[in-house]
Design a protein around this ligand. Structure first.
Ligand code: FME
Ligand code: ZN
Ligand code: ZN
Length: 406
């Protein structure tokens, strides 16, 4: 039948969702094969590029009538985070469609196979209507976002292939909106992965003494929790948005002396360690956080040391002058105006520009000085990315309407 009928659109979406591209062993080749077949079916040239062996990036080209103009890059990642199947109502790679509620259950339904498919379906529809864009449009489907993008977006953004595309604007992922307006993102927080370690004298489990490793670590944990609460309070009071505060969450806690039956109970361990996922908005002062870590969270005076991972990411959010890299919003950015107009034409509401709370591949494009807007059009939808029972509400998300209006 009509290749643009809703059931065909949904069935193609399901096919994409059924490809298991979960980290750490994503089936990138099957995904690439599927995406290339989609490009073929709308007669668009495509290629699969392996910046790193076994990790293809699929690049699809819709040539514009004025190819010298800066192009539009519709960007998405093909990998998804792992799922625990027994905790889902439907298997995470079944793409189960519940016909009564119009919900599709799948890992990647929100993050971000829905967006990748919307690009393709929008192009399919526009092309069938006879529309030809003035600027060239590129669709990039990239690997490894969920593990940092180093073998995907980062290599791509710094490649000759990318330079030759003469990209003027990048569209990438955002978040679903529990309310009825769609959420645009103009920046993102920077991840710092902090491990703090305390050492101290071991001793009898019955003895009260100062400076044990666990006591030293717990003092830090208390201080970190106070800071976390102060940030969270700003959000709860409505004074700051989620992306505007520093988040700190414990990722692991490690201490104890192993024994054949578990842990030695009457020995206070000589080492204790904890790991934290910290996210810093581009508007926060990284030096003051580093000071806090040095003086309060891992002070030498308490026999503590620390390690910070993902420091590379820091450079992506601040430029060489130390200024945060934010994509301009509102009337100072003609692309922003176009997005506002497109959403309005599709009878949608656009929310306030937000800072993305986690990391996306957009940072590599912003780092290259390009504007990048995070936009995953799903209104009236709970934010379920990385969660159990990740779902897309077919009726609530405008699915493919927006891009057709752009
Ligand atoms: C810093 S690499 C990890 C990227 C990941 N992105 C989405 O969840 C994140 O944890 O934000
Ligand atoms: Zn994502
Ligand atoms: Zn993700």
């Amino acid at each position: 039948g009509d290749s643009s009928s809703p059931s065909q659109v949904i069935s193609r979406f399901q096919q994409y969702l059924q490809i298991n591209t979960a980290q750490p062993t994503p089936d990138y080749h099957l995904a690439a094969e599927f995406l290339i077949s989609q490009a073929d079916s709308i007669s668009l040239p495509s290629r699969s590029i392996e910046f790193v062996h076994g990790k293809p990036l699929v690049l699809i080209h819709w040539p514009g009538s004025d190819p010298d103009l800066p192009s539009i890059l519709l960007y998405s990642h093909t990998d998804v985070v792992p799922a625990e199947p027994h905790k889902w109502d439907h298997p995470p790679f079944s793409a189960h469609l519940d016909p009564s509620s119009g919900r599709i259950f799948a890992r990647g339904s929100q993050d971000m196979k829905c967006v990748g498919m919307q690009y393709l379906e929008a192009v399919r529809r526009l092309k069938a209507s006879g529309f030809r864009p003035r600027r060239s449009v590129y669709l990039a489907f990239s690997p490894d976002e969920e593990i940092g993008g180093h073998d995907g977006a980062e290599k791509f953004a710094y490649s000759d292939v990318f330079d030759a595309l003469n990209v003027g604007i990048v569209l990438d992922e955002g978040l679903a909106s529990p309310g009825d307006s769609y959420r645009p993102f103009y920046a993102e927080r920077s991840p710092w992965w902090l491990v703090i370690k305390a050492v101290g004298a071991p001793g009898h489990g019955a003895k009260l003494y100062d400076n044990s490793a666990v006591e030293n670590l717990l003092k830090s944990i208390e201080s970190i929790r106070r800071f976390r609460a102060s940030q969270f309070d700003l959000v709860k009071a409505g004074l700051r948005a989620e992306g505007e505060v520093i988040s700190v969450n414990m990722a692991f806690l490690k201490a104890g002396t192993p024994s054949p039956t578990g842990f030695v109970m009457n020995l206070q361990p000589s080492e204790a360690e904890a790991g934290f996922d910290i996210r810093i908005p581009p508007t926060a002062d990284p030096e003051s956080l580093e000071r806090r870590i040095n003086e309060e969270w891992a002070p030498v005076s308490r026999n503590m040391t620390f390690q910070l991972g993902q420091f590379k990411q820091k450079a992506s959010v601040y430029d060489k002058e130390g200024e945060p890299k934010l994509t301009k919003t509102g009337s100072s950015n003609p692309w922003w105006i176009l997005l506002e107009e497109a959403v309005a034409k599709a009878d949608g509401k656009l929310g306030k520009p937000e800072i993305f709370p986690a990391a996306t591949d957009s940072r590599y494009f912003r780092e290259r000085g390009l504007p990048a807007i995070g936009f995953s059009p799903m209104a009236n939808t709970p934010v379920l990315l990385h969660d159990h029972n990740e779902v897309l509400f077919l009726a609530a998300s405008s699915f493919i309407d927006f891009l057709v209006h752009e």
